[in-house]
Design a protein around this ligand. Sequence first.
Ligand SMILES: [Zn+2]
Length: 139
Amino acid sequence: MHIRPLGLSVSQQDRRWLWNRFSDLDQIVKGLLPLPALDESRQEAGTEIKDYMFLYFPELRPAVAPVRGKPLSPVWRYGEKVRRADGTTGFRCFSCHRVFWSSGVNRLRVHLEGGSAHQGSCPAVLPCTLESLARIPRA
Ligand SMILES: [Zn+2]
């Protein structure tokens, strides 16, 4: 066998470092250590990875509760509502990750389909996204 167990293939010093990371992770999972603070670029990368997962693997997205008894439009599969501290609402496009401070699922749809005078077009939408979007009837 050419594959050696991880513990044998790293130096004594690296093994100690690795062991400490597992130990930290264990403490975080148990709630004994806080999650490390992430800088802005890491938070952004995390959001983009999440957007990608929700867009291309929608079964991984947690169910979104109906709003005032109305089920959510299926167009929300391609983006997410966001809210500022002052209460302003908008959406983030899962394809290009941009945030638009105008609410309404039709704005998201217009953005994905090529934009309008008031709504910029999506620079990152893929043909497969447009094909599945076209199958959703307009409200
Ligand atoms: Zn977009």
